[in-house]
Design a protein around this ligand. Structure first.
Ligand SMILES: [Zn+2]
Length: 60
């Protein structure tokens, strides 16, 4: 499966690559500060049965 994914920060517009930890489950949601602008983003990750990773992010 993909072990990293990316999202676009809605605050600064940068593409952020993040690691995916499959041991945390197929659906994950957590808050992470954007490493570029430090805006808190809610990250939603879904690992599909075929191993591909869907990632969404929105401002908290
Ligand atoms: Zn940002």
């Amino acid at each position: 499966m993909d072990n990293e994914t990316d999202y676009v920060c809605s605050s600064c517009g940068e593409e952020i690559v993040i690691p995916v930890d499959p041991t945390q489950g197929r659906q994950q949601e957590y808050v992470e500060d954007c490493p570029i602008c430090c805006c808190p983003m809610v990250i939603q990750i879904e690992i599909r049965p075929d191993g591909s990773v869907e990632c969404r992010a929105y401002r908290e």
